[in-house]
Design a protein around this ligand. Structure first.
Ligand code: RIB
Ligand code: CA
Length: 308
């Protein structure tokens, strides 16, 4: 069976790191490249983290930097969850991998024009993807679908209304959701159901390979920080849900509906208004995740970790 071609656009970030770890090792996926944006930390830190992750895991995946700030609003980071480095809890050796010479938009454009049926997997703010679609509409025919972590049908995780990735750049999200491309939105409604509980850490820790070691170290800090803020008994492992949905289509259930991004700048700025019951009779524009099979989710994560 031919591998599915994907590109990850991310802001590593503890959960981004696990999504990359899974995409690198899965025999079902061909990770063509990684583009990075600011989000969980500044671009300088998220970029360095991306280089370190692929170097540590031993796969020479090209990594390209975005511009480091949103289309319109002021930048924000999430150091309270991801720490000063953006990947607190794990120290990498010094590597000499360099960034791709192209900026993220040129990098993404070139890879897409060289390939067909590519799945874009954004796990951070959507700035790079929005700029790509706006500046190079010719790439749209090369994109199979966009499978993103972001948004929520219910309440947010940064404001009562908004989830972090969307709130970081609502105007970019509006461009992506209205692009006419197939968008699959995996939001907090399902990712809050897959918590990295202590028994999950023990389950992955037992392999003691490089993936297991990195997972364990990162998740222990991720958990501590999430507990301080949300009181969770385990951190929601958000970003890998994108990869899990590609590796086991039965794990996550989607419903097709209209999603409108609030770009009003008011108290609901950055909210994904998901019209699950079609109140407004608008044309659906996204497949929104509404259910997740927790057992299958962790089976897929474990299957990737033990392959290292
Ligand atoms: O709201 C969760 C999302 O914001 C995840 O992608 C996490 O890495 C942060 O980027
Ligand atoms: Ca992320």
């Amino acid at each position: 069976m031919s591998k599915r071609k994907i590109i990850i656009d991310c802001d590593p970030g503890h959960d981004d790191a696990i999504a990359i770890l899974m995409a690198i090792i899965s025999p079902k996926l061909d990770l063509l490249g990684i583009s990075v944006e600011a989000g969980n930390q500044t671009l300088e830190k998220t970029g360095k983290n991306a280089l370190n992750i692929v170097s540590y895991l031993g796969k020479d995946i090209p990594v390209s930097l975005g511009r480091g700030y949103p289309l319109k609003r002021k930048p924000q980071i999430c150091a309270e969850i991801h720490g000063e480095s953006g990947l607190d809890g794990f120290t990498f050796p010094n590597y000499d991998k360099q960034f791709d010479k192209r900026d993220a938009v040129a990098f993404l454009k070139d890879i897409l024009l060289e390939n067909d049926k590519v799945t874009l997997v954004p796990t951070g703010p959507l700035t790079n993807i929005a700029l790509l679609i706006k500046e190079h509409p010719e790439v749209k025919s090369h994109i199979d679908e966009i499978v993103l972590m972001g948004g929520s049908i219910g309440h947010g995780n940064v404001t009562p209304a908004a989830e972090f990735n969307i709130l970081c750049d609502p105007e970019a999200a509006e461009i992506v959701f209205n692009s006419g491309l197939k968008v699959k939105m995996i939001g907090l409604d399902v990712t809050r159901k897959v918590l990295v509980l202590p028994e999950i850490i023990s389950r992955m820790e037992k392999y003691q390979n490089k993936a297991s070691i990195m997972f364990t170290a990162l998740m222990k800090v991720f958990n501590e920080n999430q507990k301080k803020i949300f009181g969770f008994s385990g951190a929601p492992l958000h970003d890998p849900a994108t990869i899990v949905s590609l590796l086991d289509e039965e794990t996550i259930h989607f419903e097709y509906m209209n999603v409108e991004i609030d770009v009003s700048g008011g108290p609901s700025y950055g909210r994904t208004n998901c019209d699950q019951f079609n109140f407004l009779k608008r044309k659906p524009n996204a497949y929104v995740a509404t259910k997740i099979n927790k057992d299958r989710y962790w089976d897929v994560v474990e299957d990737c970790i033990k392959r290292y």
